[in-house]
Ligand binder design. Structure first.
Ligand code: GDP
Ligand code: MG
Length: 143
């Protein structure tokens, strides 16, 4: 997901581009203006954290772009492409390492496990994603 700071700063295309160029496949994408309740559900595992209230306000500050990407080791590699939670600990070449400074304005969200990806996909895209076959390019990306 591209968070409100990423959308407002015009980084949606840059973030999509990185996943496309890597070879991952887009299965769903939408601009959302989620409710507080929706965001509280999305981040429910963090509700006891001291930063939960400012996190929810941050996420309510503008629209977000939700996406579903598919490919080998998608969750693990996707998280690596995002960088560390704290952008100052993120390597150059990662999204957070290249484009932001503060944990509370870290541009993007990525599911941290296959289980949480399944939960988050069901929450954001309840009517499902588009399962589509790539033909020629699949053989150029995978052995
Ligand atoms: P992520 O999986 O790397 O996004 O990190 P978490 O799931 O631990 O936290 C969710 C989001 O909460 C992060 O991406 C940050 O936007 C925010 N967050 C996490 N830790 C902190 C913190 O210590 N301070 C603040 N202000 N925000 C935090
Ligand atoms: Mg997380």
């Amino acid at each position: 997901m591209v968070k409100p700071d990423g959308v407002e700063r015009g980084l949606v295309g840059e973030i999509i581009k990185r996943f496309e160029l890597k070879g991952y496949q887009l299965l769903a994408i939408q601009l959302f203006k989620p409710t507080r309740e929706h965001l509280q559900e999305h981040y429910k595992d963090l509700k006891e954290k001291p930063f939960f209230p400012p996190l929810i306000e941050y996420m309510l500050s503008g629209p977000v772009v939700g996406m579903v990407w598919q490919g080998r080791e998608m969750v693990k590699v996707g998280r690596r492409m995002l960088g560390e939670t704290n952008p100052l600990n993120s390597n150059p070449g990662t999204i957070r390492g290249d484009f932001c400074i503060e944990t509370g304005r870290n541009l993007c969200h990525g599911s941290d496990s296959v289980e949480s990806a399944e939960r988050e996909i069901a929450l954001w895209f309840p009517s499902g994603v588009i399962q589509w076959e790539r033909t020629k390019i699949q053989k150029l990306i995978y052995e």
